[in-house]
Design a protein around this ligand. Structure first.
Ligand code: SF4
Ligand code: SF4
Length: 262
């Protein structure tokens, strides 16, 4: 068969009818009218339905109005509010941070910087081999997601309810270890000092260390006789040291509270 004959054969194929027997165009999706799956209310129930929709709004008309008097009065947060971070201590005053950097790796905003150093017999800051020598959190970057505290293997890092962290300078928004360390509680000895005799870091992690021992007090007395956290030098209140950044922030907060209460 020649090419011309083939073309002739194709041209005589019957043309397809674009519509089926019911008259619907072939290939076009069936368009069905919209039908709600929610049972429709009728009668009186249907008439009262709009009032039911406003039920929450109407019920709030009769509740007492709550107006926060912030900043003249501190605003209360929920107990689990994610505020400023805190680096915790064990009951004898040693630091919980072991400088592992897991918090920094977990941080999606790259807001944490950690540098670890080796503990030595003369400078034991935390139980185990290493401690966090440098610890910084950049609050210009932090989004308070809490992933860092989830990553911390020793519960060294937690978050407080403090939210007043605004400041006038960029440098002032970087909180360092001194700013973040938890306050000293009564009976704690400031690090560095040796671990409780005969214990390992595992006993510390398990919470089996509940305070300082006479040997630790003797060691600090020998190496830092003027240390204000020694029982012999202690006053009625535990000694608190605070970093310069945190001190400046608290001073600003106090001034703002005073101004707001005028
Ligand atoms: S709370 Fe989130 S953003 Fe802030 S330092 Fe921790 S991991 Fe980073
Ligand atoms: S705060 Fe926790 S996670 Fe971060 S370096 Fe210290 S021990 Fe590791």
């Amino acid at each position: 068969m020649t090419d011309d004959a083939k073309d002739e054969t194709r041209s005589v194929e019957p043309a397809r009818d674009p519509k089926d027997a019911s008259g619907r165009e072939v290939g076009r999706p069936v368009e069905e009218p919209y039908r709600s799956l929610i049972p429709q209310r009728t009668g009186l129930a249907g008439m009262l339905a709009p009032a039911g929709g406003f039920g929450v709004t109407i019920s709030n008309f009769f509740r007492p109005t709550v107006t926060e008097q912030y900043p003249s009065e501190s605003a209360r947060t929920k107990p689990r509010y994610h505020g400023r971070h805190q680096l915790n201590r064990y009951a004898d005053g040693l630091e919980k941070c072991i400088g592992c950097e897991l918090c920094a790796w977990a941080c999606p905003a790259d807001a944490i910087y950690v540098e670890a150093a080796e503990n030595t017999p003369d400078e034991q800051f935390s139980p185990g081999e290493r401690y966090g020598r440098v610890y910084e959190i950049n609050y210009l970057r932090c989004i308070f997601c809490g992933l860092c505290i989830e990553a911390c293997p020793t519960r060294a890092l937690t978050m407080t309810n403090e939210f007043e962290l605004a400041g006038p300078t960029r440098a002032g928004m970087i909180w360092e270890k001194d700013d973040l360390l938890a306050p000293m509680r009564s009976g704690m000895l400031a690090a560095p000092h040796p671990m409780v005799e005969g214990t390992t870091d595992t006993e510390y992690y398990r919470g089996e260390v509940t305070g300082t021992t006479d040997d630790q007090v003797a060691w600090v007395t020998e190496h830092r006789p003027d240390d204000p956290t020694l029982p012999a030098n202690a006053g009625p209140e535990p000694v608190q040291t605070i970093g310069a950044t945190a001190a400046a922030q608290y001073a600003r907060n106090a001034a703002a509270t005073k101004q707001g209460s005028k």
